[in-house]
Write a protein that binds this ligand. Structure first.
Ligand SMILES: [Fe+2]
Ligand SMILES: [Fe+2]
Length: 243
């Protein structure tokens, strides 16, 4: 269980963490809480993005346009999983090299578990978006929305691995920027779609990700998840190397 996920869990959930993990969203918020969290995001300044993050966001805007569309968010989610995959991979290699120091290996393994939980959370976001895109019959260009995102994800994976090996702080900073961007973009997306307040959330993924009062409520939860991811990367910015 991640440090931050624990912080946001009720006493009951902490005693029975499996019950929490059955729902793929972070925290245990009510619709009212989620509304407040959206206001928190909207009134919070964005992080001061690094040059790398600015290039990444500008490139995505250049390719997919500035308007916030479900298809563009799908691309963001495909890319969002990548740093966690790269961290997991590097952490496994580190464990192999220091397996004689059990307590250190154990601590690194905790990071592997956290990276996996974040990946799973991003995976639910991706699947929810894919479901919405399919339900709405939104047509997507295969090259732009299937092939190119995979190429971007491949390159981003290599960059994440290299940064994480040379200086983990770089990778955590880039991810904190990416998650901050995602948090704000999702909360603005909700604001831009007032009809979502009364659009019911119906999904085959509800048993995994939870039930929500409306589509707006769902996207507020996703935005909140992104903030938790950001906090986790910010937390590791203070102690980036394995100890
Ligand atoms: Fe996400
Ligand atoms: Fe995220």
């Amino acid at each position: 269980m991640s440090v931050l996920a624990k912080e946001y869990m009720s006493d009951e959930e902490q005693q029975n963490p499996k019950a929490h993990q059955a729902i793929g969203a972070m925290g245990n918020l009510t619709a009212q809480d989620r509304l407040k969290e959206q206001q928190v995001t909207m009134s919070s300044p964005r992080r001061r993005y690094s040059i790398g993050a600015k290039i990444l966001f500008a490139s995505l805007d250049a390719i997919y346009g500035k308007p916030r569309t479900l298809s563009k968010f799908k691309v963001l989610e495909l890319v969002a999983r990548v740093p966690y995959q790269s961290w997991e991979q590097v952490a496994y290699i580190a464990i192999t090299h220091i397996s004689d120091r059990i307590s250190t290996a154990r601590r690194i393994h905790d990071r592997v578990i956290e990276a996996r939980q974040q990946q799973d959370n991003e995976q639910w976001h991706l699947l929810l978006l894919e479901e919405l895109i399919a339900d709405r019959n939104i047509k997507e260009n295969w090259l732009l929305y299937t092939a190119l995102p995979q190429l971007i994800a491949f390159l981003y994976y290599q960059i994440s691995v290299i940064m994480y090996i040379i200086k983990p702080k770089w990778s955590y900073r880039l991810n904190a920027d990416f998650e901050d961007h995602a948090e704000h973009e999702y909360m603005i997306l909700v604001d831009e779609n007032p009809d979502w307040e009364t659009t019911p959330f119906v999904s085959v993924l509800a048993p995994d990700y939870g039930t929500y009062e409306s589509l707006a409520d769902l996207f507020r939860q996703i935005g909140y998840d992104e903030r938790m991811h950001k906090h986790e990367s910010e937390y590791y910015l203070m102690e980036p190397r394995f100890k």
